[in-house]
Write a protein that binds this ligand. Structure first.
Ligand SMILES: Nc1ncnc2c1ncn2[C@@H]1O[C@H](COP(=O)(O)OP(=O)(O)OP(=O)(O)O)[C@@H](O)[C@H]1O
Length: 254
């Protein structure tokens, strides 16, 4: 579903991703872990086409993000192609980024009505189902500022799912939350991971969550995949010294 092939990303002279190769299969839940600054968020931003690669290619569902085929030729992707690709990918950020001037229901129905052309009644029905999934069926009319951070984040998850994405990108979605609000958000993500076939790429510092929910965990360091293993292996018998150091540091910080 996702394929990075030789991806290079630089900011000025700073090489952030260094010929990065990895794949994520359809329906897989893959967690990205690694030290701060190792390039995890940059991977998600490239997938969202918020950044452009300096080399290599990224494919989502068999389609290249940066180029399209015109007969025999391969030409740079135009805005229309990018729009279509972006629709297939949902993202939830650390900061919830809800629309402050809309109630919860409108936050969820806005994009499906505007970008997918869904009838408002259909979008509303789907939004209410999703509010049920994230445990907020009674908050449809509430204003986002009246909700806790954890509730706002669950609305943001429902909003991303409302676009029926093939791929969901999660970027440290619990980092901005008070500790007592984290569990509810993780519970919702666990449900989504087990009850849907969405492909999920999750940048997280929640090691227990990554261990419990992921099909695979990739440890990043300096823009490369240092280790790529099932969680049972990566968390209990990591191969690389850097992975061991990183996991020790995370545990010590608790
Ligand atoms: N727009 C930008 N301009 C310049 N440098 C950037 C930009 N975005 C990211 N970087 C740099 O790229 C490197 C990787 O950043 P990235 O946010 O991907 O790391 P990360 O692994 O997600 O870190 P964290 O865990 O702290 O979020 C960092 O050194 C960062 O300073």
């Amino acid at each position: 579903m996702i394929r990075f092939s030789g991806v290079v990303k630089k900011f000025g002279d700073h090489v952030v991703l260094d010929e990065l190769d990895f794949t994520v299969a359809p329906g897989e839940f893959v967690s990205l872990i690694g030290p701060s600054g190792s390039g995890k968020t940059t991977i998600l931003r490239l997938l969202m086409t918020l950044e452009k690669v300096n080399g290599g290619t990224i494919h989502v569902g068999g389609e290249c993000l940066s180029h399209v085929r015109r007969g025999e030729r391969r030409v740079p992707a135009d805005e229309k192609h990018l729009r279509v690709m972006r629709r297939r990918i949902g993202m939830v950020f650390q900061q919830f980024n809800l629309f402050p001037n809309m109630n919860v229901l409108r936050n969820i129905t806005e994009a499906p009505v505007r970008s997918l052309g869904l009838a408002p009644a259909e979008a509303e029905q789907r939004a209410r189902e999703l509010l049920g999934l994230v445990g907020l069926e009674d908050k449809a009319d509430a204003h986002p500022t009246r909700l806790s951070g954890g509730q706002q984040q669950r609305v943001a998850i429902a909003r991303a799912l409302a676009m029926r994405p093939d791929v969901l990108l999660l970027d440290e979605v619990t980092s901005a939350l008070d500790p007592e609000l984290v569990a509810d958000v993780l519970r919702v993500l666990r449900d989504i991971a087990t009850t849907t076939d969405i492909t999920i790429l999750c940048v997280t510092h929640e090691m227990q969550f990554a261990q419990d929910v992921s099909d695979r965990v990739m440890m990043f360091d300096h823009g490369r995949v240092l280790e790529d293993a099932v969680p049972e292996k990566l968390f209990t018998a990591p191969e690389h010294e850097r992975t061991k150091e990183f996991l020790r540091a995370v545990i010590d910080r608790r």
